[in-house]
Design a protein. Structure first.
Length: 297
């Protein structure tokens, strides 16, 4: 019979891994944010749910695609906008503040690492809370664009739909031709979320920064990612090629399972706070006197 491990056992394993490797690079994915109420893309087998996402090139060239995107986003974005960091995000901020991890690369666009108090973070795919003009490159807060959308499309704004990842919603409006797109208040140009869409590449400068952090690290910890997208999987390949150990904390399989030195099939929300406690990591800016006797973050 296989030995049964508790969440505490798994936390102790990961704490020992971080204790041995003081410059761990952390790579996070959608599975970290599900406990904050944000749906993820894939099931436990790494299979993508739902329809294929909108591609960046088709968004830029097709007004019809832009209408579909913005209609769905207008309905789905409030769920993401209200999301707050969970215990996993907070524990990573505490581990960073205590010098127990080196740097965080995130595939997520929800901004929750920064909200939790992490500073050494690179958002590989951008941030959904920012919008850019495709003509003049002006930038706007997503909340500002939401107000513009709701004012111009009150009927669609009242629609109810199942939330999907990254502020999308399972909505297929009947009359998209009547949907009024948001526009740049400076030049009237088309607006696009400042994120890396499928079919687009991570900006070169961002990639260079991420690769430099992988070079500086002495290990890699993957949290909440199946690594099915190559922009994340590449870091596992780099770590393996340079002899750096890899740990993964993820519910379900990953593309790099055969490369892992430590695999924890557990929830990050439950394991990471225990790891932070075991390593005496405190939340950023919180003095020891304000932590209760259980070490709760």
């Amino acid at each position: 019979m296989a030995e049964a491990f508790t969440v505490q056992d798994r936390a102790e394993e990961l704490a020992a891994f971080l204790d041995r490797h003081t410059r761990t690079l952390v790579l996070t994915g959608a599975g970290l944010s599900t406990a904050s109420g944000i749906p993820d893309y894939r099931d436990r087998d790494g299979t993508r749910r739902g329809k294929q996402p909108i591609q960046g090139p088709e968004f830029r060239r097709s007004e019809a695609v832009q209408r579909r995107y913005w209609a769905r986003s207008m309905v789905g974005w409030p769920v993401l906008a209200k999301a707050t960091p969970n215990g996993g995000h907070q524990a990573l901020a505490a581990l960073e503040a205590s010098g127990r991890i080196g740097f965080i690369l995130t595939q997520n666009v929800d901004g929750l690492h920064h909200q939790a108090g992490s500073h050494a973070v690179l958002e590989l795919h951008g941030n959904i809370h920012h919008v850019k003009c495709l003509a003049c490159e002006a930038q706007f807060p997503r909340a500002f664009v939401q107000a513009q959308l709701e004012e111009a499309n009150p009927d669609v704004a009242r629609s109810m739909a199942l939330p999907l990842p990254d502020g999308d919603a399972a909505l297929e409006p009947d009359a998209l031709t009547d949907f009024r797109l948001p526009h740049c208040v400076h030049c009237g140009g088309a607006l696009m979320p400042d994120v890396v869409f499928f079919g687009d590449n991570v900006p070169a400068a961002r990639t260079a920064c991420a690769l430099a952090q992988m070079e500086k690290a002495d290990s890699l910890l993957v949290i909440g990612s199946s690594l099915m997208v190559y922009s994340g999987f590449r870091f596992c390949r780099m770590a393996t090629q340079s002899g750096k150990p890899i740990a993964a904390l993820n519910l379900g399989r990953t593309r790099a399972d055969d490369l892992l030195h430590l695999k924890l099939d557990e929830s990050a929300e439950h394991v990471l706070p225990l790891v932070a406690q075991l390593l005496n990591a405190r939340p950023p800016g919180l003095p020891p006197a304000l932590i209760d006797h259980r070490g709760t973050l």
